[in-house]
Write a protein that binds this ligand. Structure first.
Ligand code: C2O
Ligand code: CU
Ligand code: CU
Length: 516
């Protein structure tokens, strides 16, 4: 089955304007790069009343300028026929060549490597036959650069992003965000990692280079002709989300990672549409967690396993120093309520290395917010999740996604620290929901569960890593999760949604507005 196409309506004026910079990037992709720094970009923001700081004109020339194209392609994933995919390809037009690190033989986009403080310009070129837009998951950017679905561009068009990298060092990612089509576009291959580094993080003695391994875990289903399949949009299956039959790591089935007898840093992204992993090793050695969505923890914590829901990242410090040469250890997903156990990938101990590295006691200067400083600490903002069975849409506080609407309880003030509570207590279609908030990193400050769901949660809760900065948090059936979040720097229209991509496409997404 080929990635399906959609019918296109006339290009709106807004989209036409956004298109003006497209010619430059297209030329650059054809190999005529250079001399682009002076090109004018057309930014048509969603809300001109929203203040932006710093504005684009304050940014100065970009340190890194890249062309990022989404286009159909083919990869050899399985024996026999190649698989038709959609994928991101990128080229550095200006700045450090290492800013784009391609993953050979994968449908995944290249790893983008930025540094905190970089001013970045991205020319996104849509060479698909349907609308798309890119979102930088976990980054703190102006609303025009956040990839809201109302910014989606049509086939052949270009959208120019300008933003400073204000986010700290960490493991982020980028993926499409068009209305109703995020699930299929990610499924057909559109996603990539985005790693931010800075000098502070580099001064902490953690494994680097080839000992710092990014791992993107996804599940896919292939038909007899090696082509990717997907759920029927609007069908029954979509309500649960897409669950693939095969596990892919970095876009490859049966993934094997050769390692030496020494410590490694693993940066793991759950890039799946709907599947939750209960990550653990085959010999049940405990996991040493050093980082989460928003970067390194203050200090390492240990877990028997780690529960990782779609959109979440976890960084592990794994020492193979005591493993025998020639042995193998499997990273697997352990059994939990709603899932049986299965292998994810293998680490093969192939090389001797006498490196005595200890994990640093202090990993970062993580300092959280204070709950007492929250402006709404007496009345947390609550978001009830449920499904409208009749209309087959997922809802947040009884509302499904509306492109430009913001409800009364979805307006916050720039600079405020707030408590939000995601409430998954509806008895109908009780499902896990990985909730994601754009533009912020939050702290998880509390959880509770209804007694009738306690067993279900008990099967995953020892793997929660609620320490550190998060942007996506798993809310299990019957659970209520309390967050502390602060709206800094940018006013504007942003999203919060379930990162089960089929739920998102079925309406479990809303706008929130940060008012200056
Ligand atoms: Cu990774 Cu709005 O999502
Ligand atoms: Cu996001
Ligand atoms: Cu959901």
């Amino acid at each position: 089955m080929q990635p399906p196409s959609t019918i296109h309506t006339t290009i709106s004026r807004r989209q036409f304007l956004k298109h003006t910079a497209g010619g430059f990037a297209a030329l650059a992709l054809a190999g005529l790069s250079g001399g682009l720094t002076g090109c004018t970009t057309a930014h048509i923001g969603p809300d001109h009343t929203a203040s932006r700081a710093p504005s684009m004109t304050d940014l100065g020339p970009p340190d890194i300028e890249i062309a990022l194209r989404a286009a159909p392609g083919e990869v050899q994933l399985l024996p026999g026929l190649p698989t038709r995919v959609w994928r991101y390809q990128a080229e550095v037009l200006h700045g450090r060549p290492e800013a784009v690190q391609p993953l050979p033989d994968s449908y995944l986009g290249p790893i983008l490597r930025f540094r905190t403080g970089d001013v970045v310009r991205v020319h996104f070129i849509n060479d698909l036959d349907e609308e798309s837009i890119v979102h930088w998951h976990g980054l703190h950017v102006p609303e025009e650069a956040d990839g809201h679905p109302h910014l989606a561009i049509g086939p052949g068009e270009t959208y120019v992003y300008d933003f400073p990298v204000l986010s700290g060092p960490g493991t982020y990612w980028y993926h499409p965000h068009p209305h109703g089509r995020t699930g299929p576009q990610v499924n057909y291959g559109l996603a990539g990692l985005l790693i931010v580094e800075d000098d502070e993080a580099a001064s902490v003695a953690l494994p680097e280079g080839e000992h710092d391994i990014p791992l993107v875990i996804q599940d896919r289903t292939f038909d007899e002709e090696n082509q990717l399949t997907y759920v029927d949009p609007g069908g029954h299956e979509q309500m649960f989300g897409f669950f693939g039959d095969d596990i892919l790591v970095n876009g490859k089935p049966d993934f094997i990672q050769p390692v030496a007898t020494r410590p490694y840093r693993l940066r793991i992204l759950n890039g799946s549409n709907a599947r939750i992993y209960k990550l653990g090793f085959s010999d049940n050695r405990p996991l040493t967690v050093i980082g989460t969505d928003g970067g390194l923890l203050g200090e390492a914590v240990t877990r028997p396993y780690v529960t990782l829901s779609p959109g979440e990242r976890i960084e592990l410090w794994v020492d193979f120093g005591a493993d025998d040469l020639g042995s193998e250890i499997v990273l697997e997903s352990k059994e939990f309520s709603g899932s049986s156990a299965f292998p994810i990938m293998r680490f093969q101990i192939e090389e001797e290395a006498a490196v005595e590295t200890r994990i640093p006691t202090t990993l970062s200067t993580f300092a959280g917010y204070r709950e007492d400083d929250a402006v709404n600490r007496r009345r947390p903002r609550t978001f009830d999740m449920d499904m409208d069975m009749e209309n087959r849409v997922w809802r947040l506080n009884g509302r499904t996604f509306e492109m430009n609407e913001v409800a009364r309880n979805e307006v916050v003030k720039l600079g405020d620290l707030e408590i939000w509570e995601f409430v998954n207590e509806s008895p109908f279609m009780a499902m896990p929901h990985p909730m994601h908030v754009h533009n912020v990193h939050f702290q998880v400050i509390g959880r509770s569960v209804l007694p009738e769901f306690a067993n279900q949660r008990a099967s995953v809760e020892d793997g929660y890593v609620d320490e550190g900065w998060k942007d996506t948090v798993l809310v299990m059936p019957g659970e209520r999760v309390r967050l502390l979040l602060k709206f800094d720097t940018y006013a504007g229209l942003y999203l919060y949604h379930c990162h089960n991509l089929e739920h998102e496409d079925m309406g479990m997404m809303r706008n929130y507005r940060i008012r200056a």
